[in-house]
Design a protein around this ligand. Structure first.
Ligand code: IDP
Length: 154
């Protein structure tokens, strides 16, 4: 359907893994209708995070961000679907959990900017780059989701 092929990177961050929120986060993207095309649990290392958070390396909170993101395993996923980058950002909510609207992942599951549960790519170009940082090409699975005539329409 229209919009097929658009993909985004979502990370379920270490705080959410520790707090057993992985299923809650995945369930929200599943129920929205998006298709899971890659997923793995891993311990991120500094090299990977330096790439992923290149735009933040000069920020005063960057050392704390690195410590947080390496404090335990995280879940990396690629989700696909219509308008998935923008819709996923809306589902995630404001970067600062204290400002995130109720109903969003951050607004429902977290209260502070430094432990905000998830990452989602902020543009189509960023998504392409970030998927490349976290996944090998052959880790993405192309498959037909049987309900697409109900989630996309004709
Ligand atoms: P985003 O995750 O909503 O795209 P970015 O500005 O790219 O927001 O920041 C990346 C991550 O860095 C945030 O999700 C959060 O974990 C952390 N972060 C951002 N701003 C702050 C801050 O002021 N204090 C502590 N951590 C922050």
């Amino acid at each position: 359907g229209a919009g097929n092929g658009f993909q985004t990177l979502v990370l379920v961050k270490p705080d959410a893994v520790q707090r057993r929120l992985v299923g809650d986060v995945i369930g929200r993207f599943e129920r929205r209708g998006f298709k899971l095309v890659a997923m793995k649990l891993l311990q991120a290392d500094r090299g990977l995070l330096d790439q992923h958070y290149q735009h933040l390396q000069q920020k005063p909170f960057y050392p704390a961000l690195l410590a947080y993101m390496t404090s335990g395993p995280l879940v990396a996923m690629v989700w696909e679907g219509y308008n998935v980058v923008r819709s996923t950002r809306a589902m995630v909510g404001d970067t600062d959990s204290a400002k995130a609207a109720a109903g969003t992942i951050r607004g429902d599951l977290s209260m502070h900017v430094s432990r905000n549960v998830v990452h989602a790519s902020d543009s189509v170009e960023t998504a392409l780059k970030e998927i490349g940082f976290w996944f090998q090409r052959d880790e993405l699975v192309a498959w037909e989701c049987g309900d697409s005539q109900y989630t996309y329409g004709p």
